[in-house]
Design a protein around this ligand. Structure first.
Ligand SMILES: C[S@@+](CC[C@H](N)C(=O)[O-])C[C@H]1O[C@@H](n2cnc3c(N)ncnc32)[C@H](O)[C@@H]1O
Length: 285
C-alpha cells in the first residue's frame, strides 16, 4: 500500500555541492547492485526491464534509446547488448570515465554511446537525442523531479513524439522502506568488501598499487560514507516515489497529452518491487 503523499526531501548525491568522488562511488554502487549482485531477484530485475523496453521498442518501431540520468549506467548497458540496440547514456553529472570503462568491457562496446557534457533532463537541448524514433528511458530517477519538472520533460517528449519509459525499483510503502532501513546499509558495505577483494584477486594483486583502489576502500569500507549516502538517499527516494495516480495526474495535464497512451504498472517477484511508467504516441497520431 502506498503511504501518504510524496515528500520532496533532499537527496545528497544530486546536490551541486556534493563531492564529485563520493557521487561517482554512489552511482557506481547502484550499477554494481543492478549488475553484480548474484541474486536471482537482481538478474530477474534486469530481464524484466529488458522485456518492458523490448515491448515498447517493438510497438513504437524505435531503433535507438537515450537514457537520461544514467549515473553509473544502471541496467542500460546490459539491456542494450541483450536487445542489440544502441543506447546513449547522459547525466547532469556525466560519469565519462566510468562509461568509457563500460564501453571497453564485455560485449557492450558496439551498443554503448555517451554524451560527455552535462545533459539536464529538464532541458534537453541535444538535438540528435530528439529524433522521433528514439526511446527515452529513465532508471531510478523519476523521483528526482518535482511535478513541474516532470511536466516539463513530458511536454518536451510529446513535442519530439518520442516514447518514454521510467523504471523505479523503490516504492513509498512499508514493504520497501522497512527492509531497506534494516538491511541496505550493512548489505552495501558487504558488497564493497566483496567487490574490492575480487578486484585484488582478478588483478593478481595489482589493484593494491592503484591509489583509486585505496581511496575507494577508505570511502566504502573503512569510513563507510558511501554506504551511508546510499542508505539515506535510498530511503528518501522511497519517500519521493510517485504513485500511479500522482504520475498520471501530471501526465494528463501535459500539452497534447491525449495524443499519448499512458500506463503505470508494478511487477513484484522475490519480494522485489519494480514500477514502470510508460508513455507512447497513439498509433493514429
Ligand atoms: C539514483 S541515480 C540513478 C542512476 C542510474 N540510472 C541507475 O539506474 O542506477 C540518479 C541520477 O540522476 C541524475 N540527475 C539528477 N538530476 C538530474 C537532472 N536534472 N538531469 C539529468 N540527470 C540528473 C544524478 O546525477 C544521478 O546520476
Amino acid at each position: 500500500m502506498v503511504l501518504g503523499h510524496r515528500l520532496h526531501l533532499l537527496e545528497f548525491h544530486e546536490q551541486q555541492w556534493f563531492p564529485e568522488h563520493i557521487r561517482e562511488l554512489v552511482v557506481e554502487t547502484l550499477y554494481l547492485i543492478w549488475t553484480q549482485v548474484p541474486m536471482p531477484s537482481m538478474s530477474m530485475a534486469q530481464s524484466v526491464v529488458c522485456r518492458v523496453i523490448e515491448d515498447v521498442l517493438r510497438e513504437t518501431k524505435c531503433v535507438e534509446m537515450v537514457d537520461l540520468c544514467s549515473g553509473g549506467g544502471g541496467p542500460m548497458p546490459s539491456v542494450a547488448s541483450s536487445l542489440r540496440i544502441p543506447v546513449t547514456l547522459t547525466d547532469l553529472f556525466p560519469q565519462a570515465e566510468h562509461w568509457e570503462r563500460l564501453q571497453r568491457s564485455g560485449n557492450t562496446r558496439q551498443f554503448l554511446r555517451f554524451v560527455k557534457e552535462p545533459v539536464d533532463a529538464t532541458n534537453l537541448s541535444v538535438g540528435r537525442l530528439r529524433k522521433s524514433n528514439v526511446l527515452r528511458t529513465f532508471c531510478l530517477s523519476l523521483h528526482h523531479f518535482q511535478p513541474q519538472d516532470v511536466r516539463r520533460f513530458l511536454n518536451d517528449t510529446i513535442s519530439a513524439q518520442q516514447p518514454i519509459v521510467f523504471v523505479e525499483a523503490q516504492e513509498r510503502s512499508l514493504r520497501f522502506l522497512v527492509p531497506f532501513f534494516l538491511f541496505a546499509y550493512p548489505a552495501t558495505w558487504l558488497l564493497w568488501v566483496v567487490v574490492l577483494t575480487l578486484r585484488i584477486v582478478l588483478s593478481n594483486g595489482k589493484a593494491l598499487l592503484d591509489k583509486n583502489w585505496w581511496m575507494t576502500l577508505a570511502l566504502t569500507v573503512v569510513v563507510p560514507v558511501v554506504p551511508l549516502i546510499v542508505w539515506v538517499d535510498g530511503l528518501v527516494s522511497g519517500i519521493r516515489t510517485y504513485s500511479q495516480e500522482e504520475f498520471l495526474d501530471v501526465a494528463v495535464t501535459c500539452t497534447n497529452s491525449a495524443s499519448y497512451d499512458w500506463s503505470v504498472f508494478t511487477k513484484i517477484y522475490w519480494g522485489f518491487v519494480m514500477t514502470f511508467y510508460r508513455g507512447t504516441p497513439k498509433k493514429s497520431s
